[in-house]
Design a protein around this ligand. Structure first.
Ligand code: 9WO
Length: 239
């Protein structure tokens, strides 16, 4: 997977992408991120990337020229191009899985009050939101997308922390986790986790996940694959 990111703040992404699991995966060549500085494509003598909005109003709008040139000069023609914007459809794990199957992505991070609509029409037909709130720019949203996609790529997570049996893949919230010590400030780790009975542990975790989902996100239960035992357990919670 190759991800190109168009931004006027490449350093903002660089820092975040150098750390932790994503940083290691990039170093290991599991995927690639190319940060493209939109400002470098400005044909304006001051290298401006924004100007006043036609029709008036607050703030500035990103010029179409630097964005369209940055896009065209870096496009392979094979990439899925996405503008990070509160106007887009809201990111879900299903969309993350879909993006992880792409060979190439190109992400556009907007700033100021937005991007000249013609740049979007010409280069970025798809818009994606990470949630219903407004940021100061699309960079943090791009990082969210990259992080969520990267961990699904082969070899990015260790086989031990595989993305498989976790919340949004089981359709349920995560069961509670414990590590050492066995007692902390008077609170004991649940006994079942200490006795090495793996079938019993799996059942306990499943029921904890069901209980938490029922209590905190009952809407998720509709989409989760549930078997007879799960349904019986959920019924027992109702009464
Ligand atoms: C700011 C603003 C101020 C006055 C009137 C209208 C306004 N609209 C905006 C605005 O939407 N600014 C955006 C800032 C322009 C595009 C980049 N910015 C952005 C992206 N903020 N939040 C996102 C974003 C992206 C993906 N998911 C959630 C939020």
């Amino acid at each position: 997977m190759k991800i190109k990111v168009l931004t006027i703040f490449p350093e903002m992404l660089k820092a975040a992408l150098s750390e932790s699991i994503v940083g290691r995966a990039l170093e290991a060549g599991r995927f690639e991120v190319e940060l493209i500085d939109i400002r470098a494509y400005s044909e304006n003598k001051h290298k401006n990337t924004d100007d006043y909005p036609f029709g008036g109003g607050a703030g500035m709008v990103m010029l179409p020229q630097p964005i369209v040139d940055a896009c065209e000069k870096n496009a392979s023609g094979r990439e899925r191009r996405i503008y990070l914007s509160p106007r887009g459809r809201t990111l879900t794990q299903r969309i993350v899985e879909e993006l992880a199957r792409e060979e190439e992505l190109m992400l556009l991070c907007g700033r100021y009050e937005g991007v000249d609509e013609r740049a979007l029409e010409l280069c970025f037909p798809e818009e994606l939101s990470i949630g219903d709130y407004v940021l100061t720019g699309g960079e943090l949203a791009a990082l969210v997308v990259i992080d969520a996609v990267a961990r699904l790529l082969p070899g990015v997570l260790g086989s031990n922390d595989s993305a498989e049996d976790e919340s949004f893949t089981t359709g349920l919230l995560e069961y509670p986790q414990y590590t050492r010590p066995r007692e902390f400030r008077g609170r004991e780790v649940p006994e079942v986790l200490l006795n090495g009975n793996h079938a019993l542990i799996a059942r306990w975790r499943r029921e904890q996940a069901l209980k938490l989902t029922h209590r905190k996100r009952p809407d998720l239960l509709k989409g989760a694959p549930l078997d007879k035992k799960d349904r019986a357990f959920l019924d027992s919670l109702e009464s």
